[in-house]
Design a protein around this ligand. Structure first.
Ligand SMILES: [Zn+2]
Length: 87
């Protein structure tokens, strides 16, 4: 129960908690945006979320995680599960 926890903390304790949470959130978001390339383990095709997959109706900026479950590799037809996240 986050609300209860916040209420029980003094205002001095509360500020660092909020700042910490915001920091983590921002970093996660940036990480997701910058590391949103997935490689097909079958044919080597790279899905880049900045470009999307226009041939399959996927708009540019669509994260791999948000692709429909029935999306397939446009080159070889491998399912999403065959893709590996690129570091
Ligand atoms: Zn493929």
């Amino acid at each position: 129960m986050p609300t209860l926890c916040l209420l029980r903390l003094s205002s001095m304790d509360r500020l660092p908690v909020i700042r910490e949470t915001g920091h983590v959130f921002t970093e996660t978001l940036l990480k997701d945006l910058s590391m949103s390339k997935y490689k097909c383990s079958v044919c080597g095709y790279v899905y880049n979320s900045e470009e999307g997959d226009l041939d399959s109706g996927i708009a540019a900026g669509t994260l791999f995680e948000n692709l429909p479950d029935d999306w397939k590799c446009p080159i070889c037809g491998a399912p999403k599960g065959a893709f590996e996240k690129m570091e």
